[in-house]
Design a protein around this ligand. Sequence first.
Ligand code: SF4
Ligand code: SF4
Ligand code: FES
Length: 253
Amino acid sequence: MNAGATGREVVLRVYRGDANGGEEVAYTVPVETGMVVLDAIHWIQAHRAPDLAVRWNCKAAKCGSCSAEVNGKPALMCKSRLDHFPEGQPITVRPMKTFPIVRDLVTDVKWNYEINKRIAPFQPRANAEWRWQQSDIDRVQEFRKCIECFLCQDVCHVLRSHELKHQFAGPRFLVRIAGLEMHPIDGADRVPFLKDTAGIGLCNITKCCTEVCPEGITITDNAIIPLKERVVDRYYDPVQRVWRAITGAKDGT
Ligand code: SF4
Ligand code: SF4
Ligand code: FES
């Protein structure tokens, strides 16, 4: 027996297929201490199915590559310990449903990068004071932790069930916009984009995105709700409109 071997086995039901269809295939894997789902997938590749397609890189929950649906829940395979699942029961591993499948566990996530390109980048205000309070930095630092795993995009019903990719940017990009909009010296105006292109009004604050984020970003409360408030202030609050006309202030500042 290997040094870390436990003498136990686990059955993984892994989706095998492509855009033309597929099925779950069961593989029995010997369990070692501390093993994660990605380890089990690698064991299957090494011993049973060398053609099993899977995307991964860091194995440290930092590159965002190994996103999949484990027992029906969007998760990083490298952060899903086998001993956190009920013993004696199979574990299903399927590709993210929201994105087109390439093969097996690999999906095509390029739509996300297309959305990303449309967001106005950081633009410091003219004559900006390049010193600011730690509390201002703390506010946007959370959003910079995103590893672009797209698990939040996968779970969001607006993209997953309603397939509104043409109308809604999804939580990951609302997080990115929040990091830019709340930056103390950024001067770009992304509020019209939020309303008309990012489709923030389609989010009904179910918080599913926050629940699956492996970085623990409080997506809904800290990013989406304050951005929704900016859209409401801009388009639906006459007092705010007059105030901005007089002072030239940016929304939410
Ligand atoms: S809170 Fe909004 S963005 Fe997050 S999963 Fe729900 S609908 Fe999608
Ligand atoms: S916000 Fe969280 S769940 Fe969404 S892409 Fe970034 S790290 Fe992943
Ligand atoms: S392999 Fe990098 S996040 Fe899992």
